[in-house]
Structures are given as structure tokens and as C-alpha cells.
Ligand binder design. Structure first.
Ligand SMILES: Cc1ncc(COP(=O)(O)O)c(C=O)c1O
Length: 424
């Protein structure tokens, strides 16, 4: 763990964290897997865009040219964050779901009867339903990869067995938004490529928690959402350039024929994309400030790409402290069942997103009770429908989810524990 990481210094840069609930206690935001609070620089960049740069792109005048610059800089920043080979491999859109549905339409043109698509029961539905729809439209078959209901990891042996010459797409999440499990994505991508299939990675939950390297993973497509990593409500899709170039996009005739423009349908959320640029620079700033000790881990990186790698490594290390604190608190409560990895020696295999059920307590009642105390958490299936169905919890209100990020403190998690003990 980086000795210098100063959570209070970080918290002071997130104005929303100063909210006081019912004029009594500070709000504890543990709803982060559903969306994080934004950094001050994101607010400033969005306001600045409206004040000084607001225009459509591609015009012959100053505000339009400045808009073009901001959009280009934002593509470059996300390419740096994901270690993409080029800014042209980054497509912006309203959110991950819409981008995935869009690219799945383009991919569907290359899929037909007899082809197979592999999805997992651990995924958010945004990385399942688009592929179910492709299969339905094109007469293809869906193969479901399962997870162990005791250890909450993907059954890798059976997953490998599902991938064969007929497989065209393997869709997998990087980290589960329900169990918090981080999957061995590189191995799965490799298995997909061995049979000539494409690998699509949903990295939405992992993005706020650790460094992502699309070239090292060698994935064909990877999606993230900036509102999960302290930025705006904007999604981004990485795709290998040759693939994005080859696929026929669902687009309007005057729109660009090259990536990324051919996938960026209509007018984009420019002010939001200005905020994404600020969010990426904020994460690089974490590396600059607290991550220097980790530079030796990334010898082939420099400049912002290096700062992003070291910054995300700082956050990943701090995550383990948060994961342990959440597990410690929940385990004091009789009747609580944690649906995820609890072994303290395996914290690297999870993010601090912890779902639980509690005997005698409906998940909605727990979330409402905590909400009254100013502790904000999610309940239900949070669109990880396949997970709650697999665990037999869908008809019982799903689970309560505690999701921490780097601006949360161990003290906040202790306050959560105190509130739950009081409720018990
Ligand atoms: C793992 C995962 N994938 C996809 C999504 C959907 O993202 P978006 O809201 O950007 O469509 C979410 C949102 O919760 C998620 O957690």
C-alpha cells in the first residue's frame, strides 16, 4: 500500500461528500457500483464547456473548433486509461448499455444459424441481453457459463468446454457488480481467440478499481462507463481498430465512415465528454501524487499512461483495506450471508463490492433503514439478474449491496456496521 495515499485529501475534492443527512450526520456513499460521486474538476470542466465552448462539432468557428479539440483530447485520455493503441479505438456514447446494443447490431450481421455466443451468469444484463437478442435475431445458440454458488467464481473448466469452433463471441465481465469477483479475463480472451471468436469485456465495475490494459488483455472490445469512475454519465467502448473499421455500423449517411465517428451516432454529450477528460486526468493525478513508488511495475509506460497505471494501482491497494473492513463488519452480524469471496487471502480476486442477505430481513428494509441513517446502499438485483436468479434470490428481493471506492473510509464502514448492529 502506498504510504502517502491520503483519503481525507481526496475526499475534500469531492463536494458531494460534504452532504449532511437530515442535518445530523454526513452521508456515507456506499452506492458506488451504481454510480460514483464526481470530482470537482469534472464539475468545473462541464461548467467551463457550457460557458466557453458550447457548439456542435466540425464547424468553421472558434467554439466548434474548441469542441473538436476537447473531443479529441477525451478520446486520447480514455485511450491512455485503457492503453489502447490509438484514440480512434475509443467510441463515446450515452452509456455502456447503449454502446453494447449498438455494436452488437453491427456484430450480428456476421452471425448466423449454427453459430454460438458464450455469456456468463455472473454478468450484468448489459453484457447478456444484447447477445441474447443477437442470437434470437440471427438463429444462433447461446451457451451459458456458470459460477460456483459456494465460491462465487466462474467455473473456468466448464467455461472452456463451452468454447469451440462454432463460437463467434465470448462476452465476459471484468468484475461482477453483484459478487465483486474479478475474473481471469486474459485467459478467457485467449480461449476465445484460439477458436477465432471475438472477446467482449464489460469492464464497467472494474474501471474505478484497477488499471486496465486492452493490449495486454488482447480483448477485441471492452466497455466502461465514466459515471462509475468519478466522471460524467457517458459510456466508452474500446474496439481494435481493424475490427471497428471492418464492421458495418448502424449509422446515418452523412456521418463519418471511419471509427470512431461511424459508431458515435448523433450529437454527443459534449459537456459530459469534457467531464470524462477531467475524470481521467484526476485518476492520472492520483498516480502523480501518490503512485510514484509503483512506477517500477510499469517499465514500458511513460507520461499520462504511466500515471494512470500507478494511480489505479494505488486505488487497487486501498480497495483491499476497504474490502476487508466491509467483510469484518458484516461478519459480526448473526444470520448474514455474504455472496462473494470472503477469504482474506484472496482479496485480490474481488473489488470492494459486497452483496449479502440477512436472515429475517428483507433487502429493501435493510437498505431503507440504512438510508434513514444517511448510509446509501443498493438492494435488489442491480441488473445482475442472472446472479440473483442463479442464487435463488430473485423472488426474495435480491441482496443488499455495499460498494466502496477510494473516497470511502474505514470509519464510514464501521458506521455501517454500527447501524446494522443497531438494526439487528
Ligand atoms: C458491470 C456493469 N455492466 C454494465 C452496466 C451498465 O452500465 P450503463 O449504465 O453505463 O449502461 C453496469 C451498471 O451498473 C454494470 O455495473
Amino acid at each position: 500500500m502506498s504510504d502517502s495515499f491520503d483519503v481525507n485529501e481526496v475526499r475534500a475534492q469531492f463536494p458531494a461528500l460534504a452532504q449532511i443527512h437530515h442535518e445530523k450526520s454526513p452521508v456515507v456513499f456506499l452506492d458506488n457500483p451504481g454510480g460514483t460521486q464526481v470530482h470537482q474538476s469534472v464539475i468545473d470542466a462541464t461548467t467551463d464547456y457550457y460557458l466557453h465552448h458550447n457548439a456542435n462539432e466540425g464547424g468553421a468557428f472558434a467554439t466548434s473548433q474548441r469542441t473538436d479539440n476537447i473531443l479529441h483530447e477525451a478520446h486520447t485520455a480514455v485511450a491512455d486509461m485503457l492503453n489502447a493503441a490509438s484514440p480512434d479505438e475509443i467510441v463515446f456514447g450515452p452509456n455502456m448499455t447503449t454502446l453494447t446494443l449498438g455494436i452488437s447490431r453491427a456484430l450480428a450481421r456476421e452471425i448466423g444459424p449454427g453459430d454460438e455466443i458464450v455469456v456468463t451468469r455472473m454478468d450484468h444484463d448489459a453484457n447478456i441481453s444484447p447477445w441474447l437478442l443477437v442470437a434470437e435475431d440471427r438463429g444462433a445458440t447461446v451457451r451459458w457459463a456458470d459460477f460456483g454458488v459456494e465460491d462465487y467464481t466462474l467455473d473456468m473448466v466448464r467455461l472452456k468446454g463451452l468454447i469451440n469452433e462454432k463460437t463467434k463471441i465470448v462476452a465476459v465481465g471484468y468484475a461482477s457488480n453483484a459478487t465483486g469477483t474479478v475474473h481471469d479475463v486474459a485467459t478467457i480472451v485467449n480461449w476465445a481467440h484460439e477458436v477465432g471468436a471475438l472477446a467482449f469485456v464489460d469492464a464497467v465495475q472494474y474501471a474505478p478499481h484497477g488499471p486496465i490494459d486492452v493490449q495486454a488483455l488482447d480483448c477485441d472490445l471492452l466497455a466502461i462507463s465514466a459515471y462509475k469512475f468519478f466522471g460524467s454519465h457517458v459510456g466508452a467502448l474500446y474496439g481494435k481498430y481493424d475490427l471497428l473499421d471492418r464492421l458495418q455500423a448502424y449509422k446515418l449517411r452523412p456521418a463519418p465512415n471511419e471509427p470512431p465517428g461511424k459508431y458515435e451516432t448523433g450529437t454527443q454529450n459534449h459537456e459530459g465528454i469534457a467531464g470524462v477528460l477531467a475524470a481521467v486526468n484526476y485518476l492520472a493525478g492520483i498516480g502523480e501524487k501518490y503512485g510514484r513508488d509503483y512506477a517500477y511495475l510499469f517499465p514500458s509506460f511513460s507520461d499520462r499512461r504511466l500515471r494512470l497505471k500507478t494511480g489505479m494501482t494505488v486505488l487497487r491497494e486501498y480497495d483491499h483495506i476497504l474490502s476487508k473492513a466491509i467483510l469484518d463488519e458484516l461478519e459480526t452480524l448473526p444470520g448474514v450471508r455474504i455472496h462473494g469471496i470472503t477469504n482474506r487471502g484472496r482479496l485480490k480476486e474481488r473489488v470492494p463490492t459486497v452483496s449479502f442477505t440477512w436472515e429475517g430481513h428483507h433487502p429493501r428494509d435493510v437498505a431503507a433503514y440504512l438510508g434513514e441513517q444517511g448510509i446509501f446502499v443498493w438492494d435488489g438485483n442491480y441488473y445482475a439478474l442472472a446472479v440473483t436468479e442463479r442464487l435463488g434470490l430473485e423472488s426474495q428481493g435480491g441482496m443488499v449491496r455495499i460498494g466502496a471506492v477510494h473516497y470511502n473510509t474505514v470509519e464510514e464502514i464501521q458506521r455501517l456496521g454500527d447501524a446494522l448492529r443497531a438494526m439487528a
